[in-house]
Design a protein around this ligand. Structure first.
Ligand SMILES: [Mg+2]
Length: 231
């Protein structure tokens, strides 16, 4: 038996900030590593082909595929990861415009948490953009020390919010790191179809989350309706 909705958790890349911020970081990292190898920048169209394949699959390692295609070996993925982390920022102007209206609609009704694989610098970006005052739980992987899809980050966030899984909903844009691990623990799931979500999701993919939405507009009432339906 599921009770009232008491907590809403949000992934950052996709739901809150444009995933193109990550794309810019990974392209900058690839170009720098290639320059050090004495070769030219990554072909952008070839990059988009691989990026779209990994988005469509909703699984597998993007960094592994990119290292294999553009750095000569899949074994260079850790190097690519380190170079990407240094470049990954969320510039002003990349917050989705539906974020603050959504958070205002939830304000005072539920606990709200960040639940994301992000660097600690994301906190300063969320403060700059006026999101931080709405956040009760800061589940930022680089700070907490656990990464999605590991259940530990979800369990940490639930404990911090003081709620059980059946009282919470997780909103994310990936099946492999958001929807599936959240559903496995018993949270409600919302799949936001932007950024790293597939360009064209299949019917089978769309059937995985409790709710699939194009963005956060009008989502607050839909969350309470979803929770009522889970009860
Ligand atoms: Mg994401």
């Amino acid at each position: 038996m599921t009770g009232a909705l008491r907590a809403v958790f949000l992934d950052v890349g996709g739901p809150i900030y444009d995933d193109e911020n990550f794309v810019a970081a990974v392209l900058g990292a690839l170009d720098a590593l290639r320059a050090a190898d004495g070769v030219g920048p990554v072909d952008r169209a070839a990059f988009r082909t691989i990026y779209d394949e990994v988005r469509s699959a909703q699984g597998g390692s993007l960094r592994g595929a990119l290292a294999s295609a553009f750095l000569g070996s899949r074994s260079r993925r850790a190097e690519l990861h380190a170079e990407t982390r240094r470049r990954w920022v969320h510039p002003a102007g990349t917050l989705y415009p539906d974020v603050l209206p959504f958070l205002r609609a939830l304000d005072g009704r539920v606990r709200v948490g960040i639940l994301a694989n992000q660097e600690a610098a994301v906190i300063a970006a969320l403060e700059r953009d006026g999101v931080a005052p709405y956040i009760d739980v800061w589940g930022v992987s680089a700070v907490v020390g656990h990464e999605k899809p590991s259940p530990e980050l979800f369990e940490w966030a639930l404990a911090e919010a003081g709620v059980t899984a059946d009282e919470a909903v997780h909103i994310g844009n990936r099946l492999d790191t958001d929807v599936r691990p959240a559903a496995a623990l018993g949270l409600g799931t919302v799949w936001v179809l932007r950024g790293e979500a597939p360009p064209v999701p299949t019917a089978a993919q769309l059937a995985e989350p409790d709710l699939a939405v194009p963005g956060l507009d009008g989502l607050a009432p839909a969350l309470f309706a979803l929770q009522a339906g889970r009860a």
